[in-house]
Design a protein around this ligand. Sequence first.
Ligand SMILES: C[S@@+](CC[C@H](N)C(=O)[O-])C[C@H]1O[C@@H](n2cnc3c(N)ncnc32)[C@H](O)[C@@H]1O
Length: 228
Amino acid sequence: MREAVDALPPLTVRLGRLVGTRVVEVATDAWLGARTRGLVRNEGALRRVSVGGDSEYYEAIRLTWWRRIMSTPTVVPRESTFVDLGAGRGRALLLAARRGFREVVGVELDEALAEEARANLRRWSSRRGTRGRAQTLRVVVGDAATFPPPRGPLLVFIANAFGVTTLHHVLTALCSTPRGDEAAFIAYFNPQREHVFADFPRLVVHARGDDWVVYRLVGAPGPGAPGS
Ligand SMILES: C[S@@+](CC[C@H](N)C(=O)[O-])C[C@H]1O[C@@H](n2cnc3c(N)ncnc32)[C@H](O)[C@@H]1O
């Protein structure tokens, strides 16, 4: 099979891959009952308004990528909150809702995308009827840099949504908020700014793959941290 693909002209291979990706993306949305696919080059506009000035554009997380990063055990979904920092049209939110997270929160700076994510979640809620009554789903229009991490067992998801400055704000907030013995994890897909984690010794690598890493929060905030 590999030899057969190698023998094709490069343009044909590229075209084949594009068509393949498109088919998978349409099928993913059909399965989710949502419209989340696509690429939105919104980073220029967002960089002008974001705290860190380092926003990345919208591209939906692919199902295979999601499955890779979520393959490692972290929190117990039915007892935990899932937060997607840079939620876009809400694909990861829908996938987390399907996994049964008690609370699913999207933070998205682009108002239009946040509205689309809300519409997608509304459709999901109406389809699931009363089965998921204990589940809360919400999308906040705002900057990840200023979003306070919720209490309780927590999984924060970041799919390369922003650069160093915003990531620094996010990790500072997580590490300086007292959490008692509540578990907290960060799942970072396409971890281009992973070096920032080196400034946060309370965040230790829990699991790692080729294009993802999951960190676990350990210990307690040091003296001088808010609430300490
Ligand atoms: C790669 S996409 C994330 C895809 C999404 N998590 C999913 O489930 O498919 C990055 C998203 O982050 C958003 N974004 C960029 N900077 C942000 C910021 N500072 N705060 C919140 N959202 C931001 C972009 O608008 C974009 O929707």
